[in-house]
Design a protein around this ligand. Structure first.
Ligand code: IYR
Length: 230
């Protein structure tokens, strides 16, 4: 049978791949290394300045995040961008209540041991100090016209990839972020009035670092430990 690239069995409309740019090999290596070196400078920051994020930057970063591949291209997530001090305050109060429960009761000795190098604790002043919080929600399902639920395929994978791109985009733009996951995060959907089909996935704290901000003295794994080449 003749192989026809542009006519899939489903009858989907395919268009030319016009966005791909082939790079000369040396340029490709240089770009790959430069990207790694820039990403290597990214750190999770917990001490923020109150300085607002420049107009348009968060929007561009969210657009970048939503370029992520997703299950059946359904992009099963929603971002709520929070700058209102009153909403930030309510989120801080609710998150700190969960965190106190975690640090004082729920966390096992092993949990406290792996967290110790980070110097974290139940107080989360950055949730009010940072200019922007981005609450990312996972859309677990959609309700079809007949009332039945269609569970979004690979929703967690899709949200995770988009979240990774968002973290990279924020760093690339020149801001810092903290991926914060108070557990459980059910208070976020309540405070922000999100529908029952959604689950809080991630709370990103975004802004400029405080003057003199400090970070934990931690290392990343060497490639030999991270990857196997056959
Ligand atoms: N949610 C707690 C604990 C915590 C958990 C992980 I996984 C971290 O990487 C860091 C902290 C907190 O935010 O303090």
């Amino acid at each position: 049978m003749e192989h026809r690239l542009n006519v899939p069995a489903s009858g989907a409309k395919l268009i030319p791949l016009s966005t791909y740019v082939e790079r000369p090999v040396e340029e490709m290596r240089a770009r790959a290394t430069a990207f790694y070196e820039d990403m290597q400078r990214r750190r999770s920051v917990r001490q923020f300045s109150a300085r607002p994020a420049p107009d348009g930057v968060i929007e561009a970063c969210l657009r970048a995040a939503a370029t992520a591949p997703s299950g059946a291209n359904l992009q099963p997530y929603h971002f709520v961008v929070i700058t209102d001090p009153d909403v930030k305050h309510r989120i801080r109060v609710a998150a700190e209540a969960e965190e106190r429960e975690f640090y004082e009761h729920r966390a096992t000795a092993e949990w406290l041991k792996v967290l110790a190098p980070l110097g974290t604790g139940a107080r989360k002043p950055f949730l009010e100090k940072a200019p922007v919080l981005i609450a990312m929600f996972l859309q677990r399902y959609r309700t079809l016209s007949g009332g039945s639920k269609f569970v979004h395929p690979y929703a967690h994978h899709s949200a995770g990839i988009a979240a990774g791109l968002l973290v990279a985009a924020i760093h690339h733009a020149g801001l810092v972020a903290l991926t914060h996951t108070p557990s459980p995060m059910t208070f976020l959907a309540q405070i922000l009035g999100r529908p029952a089909s959604e689950r809080a996935f991630l709370l990103l704290v975004v802004g400029y670092p405080a003057d003199g901000a400090t970070v934990p003295d931690i290392q990343r794994k060497p490639l030999a430990e991270l990857a196997t080449f056959d």
